[in-house]
Design a binder for this molecule. Structure first.
Ligand SMILES: [Zn+2]
Length: 85
């Protein structure tokens, strides 16, 4: 069971870091989205590209139970990525 605690749109990311969805770099000064959540009972927070956050939101979570950090495609939902393979 997962619960989203907060979602924050960051206009300018301070420090360059990897997007937890696609693994590509979010450069400093670029927008990103941070999310704090309880995943499987553990608190954690992730940072996404804005388009990766959109993809995360649009993923059919009834179909997919979980996802791995850095394993998705930038801006693509789980079902989109699977349809392409
Ligand atoms: Zn990304």
């Amino acid at each position: 069971m997962s619960a989203i605690l907060s979602v924050k749109n960051v206009k300018k990311t301070r420090k360059s870091q990897r997007c937890d969805w696609c693994g590509e770099r979010i450069k400093s000064g670029e927008p990103s989205v941070t999310m704090a959540a309880i995943w499987e009972g553990d608190f954690s927070s992730v940072r996404f590209h804005p388009e990766c956050k959109t993809a995360w939101s649009a993923t059919d979570w009834k179909e997919y139970e979980e996802w791995d950090c850095f394993d998705q495609h930038r801006g693509k939902t789980m079902q989109d990525a699977e349809a392409e393979e």
